[in-house]
Design a binder for this molecule. Structure first.
Ligand code: SF4
Length: 268
């Protein structure tokens, strides 16, 4: 069996620096609470939980003292939550690309922003509370959009590129003055380009099934699986393939990749 590791692999620079920031703050604060998923990756969440870091959905119940720190996650935070955060010690670890999107929404508050994203994805949830944002998730939602003031289209950074392009074209017909602001992140797109040029009969994407990034990458090949831990690997199934390509989501740490690759090399 031939195993090809597709580069780049592991965390993107932004995700990596987010984790470094958390470790740095552990020296100073006794209690660290992460508001939501820091990244969509169970390996990271388990690792941080083992180091005493707590994950919370809401601020209510958190003691606000100098030993306690609230961490805002990479996918962004609703403006309604920022209001409540004023009385807490917090650090904002929103990815700079997503931060820039929110600044764009604020700077264009006199225009209607159409945000294309999965309805329950953290990025969509963090963006939908701005007064000028209207969320759509698919072509069928376009009919619900009425008259709009100088509309601008934006999207979740990990949304499907082909659907984004298709919806952009439909919206240009409906709103000839629309501005298309392509906010797709290049990092997963570059990984997809490299996968497309790799010859393999199975693609293994190391990451979490809850990661939209991992899901988009897995669509690059007709035969693919998302694997988060060695227990999920069916060795008999893997042995049916001669050329296996291994890629990862940008929220997957290299340690998780190494554990799985080593297990496959030793056992398959
Ligand atoms: S993949 Fe892109 S949007 Fe997501 S954390 Fe990395 S740099 Fe930010």
């Amino acid at each position: 069996m031939e195993i090809k590791i597709i580069q780049p692999i592991g965390l993107c620079v932004s995700a990596s620096s987010i984790l470094d920031e958390i470790y740095k703050h552990q020296e100073k604060y006794h209690k660290i609470y992460i508001l939501g998923d820091i990244l969509h990756n169970e390996y990271v969440i388990n690792y941080l939980s083992e180091r005493g870091i707590k994950f919370i959905k809401e601020l209510e119940g958190i003691v606000n003292d100098k030993y306690t720190l609230v961490v805002l996650p990479s996918h962004g935070t609703s403006p309604l939550v920022y209001e409540k955060l004023k009385k807490y010690n917090y650090i904002d670890l929103t990815c700079p690309k997503i931060k820039k999107m929110h600044e764009f929404i604020i700077n264009n508050s006199d225009k209607d922003i159409i945000f294309l994203g999965q309805p329950n994805h953290s990025e969509t949830v963090a963006s939908r509370d701005y007064d000028n944002v209207k969320v759509i998730s698919s072509k069928k939602d376009i009919d619900k959009l009425g008259e709009l003031n100088n509309p601008i289209l934006m999207c979740q950074t990990t949304f499907n590129k082909d659907i984004f392009v298709e919806i952009s074209e439909i919206l240009k017909e409906k709103y000839p003055n629309i501005v298309i602001n392509n906010t797709l992140c290049n990092i997963p797109l570059d990984r997809i380009i490299n996968i497309n040029s790799t010859d393999c009969d199975l693609l293994l994407v190391i990451g979490s099934k809850t990661s939209s990034n991992a899901n988009e990458i897995s669509k690059s090949k007709p035969n693919s699986m998302i694997i988060g831990k060695v227990e999920e690997i069916d060795l008999d199934e893997l042995r049916k393939y001669k050329k296996i390509a291994i890629a990862s989501a940008s929220s997957t740490p290299i340690q998780q990749v190494d554990e799985i690759v080593e297990y496959i090399r030793k056992n398959a």
